[in-house]
Design a binder for this molecule. Sequence first.
Ligand code: FES
Ligand code: FES
Length: 154
Amino acid sequence: MVLHLTVNGEARTSDAPPLTPLIDLLRDEFHLTGAKPVCREGFCGACTVLVDGVPTLSCLTPAALATGEIQTIEGLAAPGALTPVQAALETHEAVQCGMCFPGMVLTLTHLFAEEPRPARETIRAALAGNICRCTGYERIVEAAVALASANAAA
Ligand code: FES
Ligand code: FES
């Protein structure tokens, strides 16, 4: 069975077994290593990608079921460019080791696509499934709050 996927706007095929975790296909076959296999049990959010715009744990998703448009951190912005979410996080120096960041960025990208001016509590709730072992939550939340404020003023 040949798998057909759409990743960052490109049609891809694979001969991998259908139950191959999506993260393994992305990393090992397509060389998209942004999603991180940290816990592999659905607890940390480091493996988050977007499927049809919705945050999805790629460690728990069989590749054959990823039938929508898959977006990884690599496909979020043009090379050298930053999305508003990424720019806000950079401005607030929110990145430490970076292990959690692809998942954080994609989760916030979904949140701001749904709600451009989320409240602080909404931001915290949205990030509840993304664990930062460097415990850099405050700067991450402050960056998102600042982006929400900027959107409200626009
Ligand atoms: S690696 Fe998927 S949730 Fe942790
Ligand atoms: S920045 Fe290190 S795990 Fe979040």
